[in-house]
Ligand binder design. Structure first.
Ligand code: ADP
Length: 226
């Protein structure tokens, strides 16, 4: 696929004697939402971590926007993550000492934005995610669903080209999970961000444009049931 924004070819990764990836393939276009499904331990998170430049595969090649991610230095990949990628994990991973607003503003601050500018943009994103009223609270004072919506705001605030979401609703009840997914996809569509979504739930994968299944570290495209 020549118009892929992010692609991985023949990715292998072994942890000690445990093979996590054994020839996985992946492509995503700008603005596309792709779900990575599969049973627990099949290599979904490892694939996401490799694509995001967090984990270096043992072999295989990853390209992002015309650059070879797998040939970049740790510092180069780290800079790319800060400028181009947003992250939502299963348990928000908000910084407990900061207010929710400061958490959402943090990626902008790390990219050098002034506090006022960063917090104004952060508040704007919190409004879009319907959590602006929680701006001054600490993460411990908000619910799981609210925390995940704050985490989505934090992921989107830099206007990333790719959002990596690893089981973003895995710790939520189905109603809150649906709400978080709806808002995440709406925000991604509005900014043309691609979403790499790891989930083991078909209900959550249904928000994607396309699904792949990972089994024993290998991936295959799944034809969407009509
Ligand atoms: P999934 O996301 O599908 O549950 P993972 O990618 O987390 O699968 O894990 C794939 C395999 O690699 C599993 O056997 C897991 O135990 C192993 N694994 C993943 N990360 C590590 C790690 N940091 N250290 C050791 N083993 C790991």
């Amino acid at each position: 696929m020549t118009d892929a924004l992010l692609s991985g070819r023949d990715l292998h990764k072994t942890y000690g004697a445990t093979p996590a990836l054994a020839g996985a393939e992946f492509t995503i276009r700008a603005g596309e939402v792709v779900a990575i499904m599969g049973p627990s331990g099949s290599g979904k998170s490892t694939l996401l971590h490799c694509l995001a430049g967090i984990v270096r595969p043992d072999s295989g090649v990853i390209h992002y926007a015309g650059r070879e991610l797998t040939a970049m230095s740790d510092a180069g990949r780290s800079a790319l993550r800060r400028s181009d990628f947003g992250f939502v994990f299963q348990f928000g991973q908000l910084v407990p000492e900061l207010t929710c607003l400061e958490n959402v503003a943090l990626p902008l601050r790390l990219n050098g934005a002034k506090r006022k500018t960063a917090e104004a943009q952060a508040l704007d994103w919190m409004e879009r995610l319907e959590v602006a009223d929680l701006a001054r609270k600490r993460p411990a004072e908000v619910s799981g669903g609210q925390g995940q919506r704050i985490a989505v705001a934090r992921a989107l605030v830099i206007r990333p080209k790719v959002v990596f979401a690893d089981e973003p609703t895995g710790a939520l009840d189905s109603l809150n999970g649906e709400r978080v997914m709806h808002l995440l996809i709406e925000a991604a569509r509005a900014t043309n961000a691609a979403v790499v979504l790891v989930t083991h739930e078909a209900r959550i994968a249904a928000y994607s444009d396309r699904e792949i299944v990972v089994r024993d570290g290998r991936s295959q495209d799944l034809a969407r049931a009509a």
